[in-house]
Design a binder for this molecule. Structure first.
Ligand code: ZN
Length: 436
């Protein structure tokens, strides 16, 4: 294999994150599209940019001020972070309550899910864990169970506002870029950090309180692009290798790391003679993952005729370091975050993935059915699954995935080359396979 070394792959991740926040339609995201397209063209691939309309979301400011009804001088004012695609501009004053009710501002506590790895092991079709880490490891996921139903319940009940109090999150942050389904919800809604939440809740515990919730964000639509690059190979089948180029923040792991892994694989295959490529290869960097996977959905709609000829669709997301929270901050442990390899339930494909991750010693890996956690895998490429396209989706879900704390120090550098090589092995292993 002719795989770029760790420093080169890491330099690509640094180049991407240096441009700033890459939300759908942001200048840094548009820059990343053009930069990646240029690099793929330099490798000798045939490259095009396919337009994708995306709704944009630009938070400007958000605050919550709470005061005790019995003594308005007893007040707390905190910075907040607006939930994407909720009411963009409003100032509402209303009673604060712990449950959603018409005309009230609901203050609702949330925590992240804790997932014992021994449980995941029971539902996995294969495991590579030579150190036995999964025996006692409990992973904190970046998902707050039930929050979306809770938020929608507040909208339905006619709540005046919604405050997501992140009291159960193990480090101090309000930068939780969730939800990302791009559904416009008619309620002013914000996240508060754990310490700020506790200050507000402590005041509410003293007696009836009123709050003034103020949000300001800008919404619009923009034209983003899927980056599509192809290399011809043998036969008329196709392998698609993909990730997404947008992000919640300047995010290094999510998914500058995925873009870099796709670029690394593309450079390898560009140096393999056409007659030695097992199938035609398509490298895809999608737009609008943070807007309900707009790029993946657009690609599927525009390339339906291709789907029947896809031998395998690979997604590469998140070369992530595990972190622990210490003193309100995140500290990398030096270990990789557990790796999920969502793999279509075909024995020969499951064995191929297992062989590749054992060969590259990608420890802390699970091979999982695509629908093990939800009807679709929680990946940017999710929408390929209901289309019946055979897939291997690599994904890690560190607790900082949607947070501004996703910086370069969170990238698991030691995994970059092994992940690239594993992806190449998986593509090589499909030699002689037919589509579907
Ligand atoms: Zn991602």
């Amino acid at each position: 294999m002719t795989v770029p070394d760790t420093a080169e792959i890491m330099a690509w991740i640094e180049t991407i994150t240096a441009r700033g926040i890459r939300r759908p339609g942001y200048p840094a995201d548009a820059w990343t599209e053009r930069w990646a397209a240029g690099l793929l063209a330099d490798f000798g691939l045939d490259v095009r940019l396919a337009p994708v309309e995306v709704p944009t979301w630009h938070p400007v400011a958000a605050t919550l001020r709470a005061h005790l009804d019995a003594d308005p001088s007893r007040a707390v004012e905190v910075e907040a972070f607006a939930l994407p695609y909720t009411t963009p501009k409003a100032t509402v004053t209303a009673p604060l309550t712990r449950s959603a009710a018409p005309g009230r501002i609901a203050v609702r506590e949330h925590t992240f899910a804790e997932l014992p790895q021994a449980l995941v092991r029971e539902i996995a079709t294969a495991v590579h864990d030579p150190d036995g880490d999964f025996d006692g490891l409990v992973q904190t996921l970046p998902f707050a169970p039930g929050y979306l139903e809770d938020l929608d319940g507040a909208v339905t009940s006619g709540a005046a506002g919604y405050v997501g109090a992140l009291t159960g999150i193990p480090w101090e942050t309000r930068d939780y870029y969730v939800p990302y389904d791009a559904v416009r919800r008619s309620v002013p809604a914000v996240w508060l950090s754990a310490a700020d939440s506790r200050r507000v809740l402590a005041l509410m515990d003293e007696g009836p309180c009123a709050g003034t919730l103020s949000v300001e964000s800008e919404t619009a639509t923009a034209t983003s692009h899927n980056v599509i690059a192809t290399l011809p190979g043998r036969g008329d089948g196709w392998v698609i290798v993909a990730s997404h180029h947008d992000a919640p923040w300047a995010s290094a792991v999510e998914d500058a790391s995925g873009v870099a892994l796709v670029l690394a694989a593309a450079r390898h295959w560009s140096r393999v003679p056409e007659e030695d490529r097992p199938h035609n290869l398509l490298f895809l960097l999608t737009a609008g993952h943070m807007a309900h996977a707009a790029g993946t959905r657009a690609f599927i709609e525009e390339n339906r005729a291709l789907l029947d000829r896809v031998v395998l669709q690979v997604h590469l997301e998140h070369a992530a370091r595990e972190c622990r929270a210490e003193g309100g901050r995140l500290v990398p442990t030096g270990a990789p975050e557990p790796r999920w390899w969502f793999t279509t339930r075909r024995p020969e494909l499951e064995r191929l993935v297992e062989r590749a991750l054992v060969a590259e010693d990608l420890r802390r890996s699970f091979v999982l059915p695509p629908d093990v956690f939800s009807p679709m895998p929680p990946t940017d490429g999710a929408f390929f699954h209901p289309e019946g396209v055979p897939l291997v989706h690599f994904l890690a879900a560190p607790m900082y995935l949607f947070d501004s704390a996703d910086t370069l120090d969170k990238v698991d550098e030691a995994s970059l080359v092994p992940l690239t090589r594993a992806a190449i092995r998986i593509v090589e292993g499909t030699e002689g396979w037919s589509p579907r």
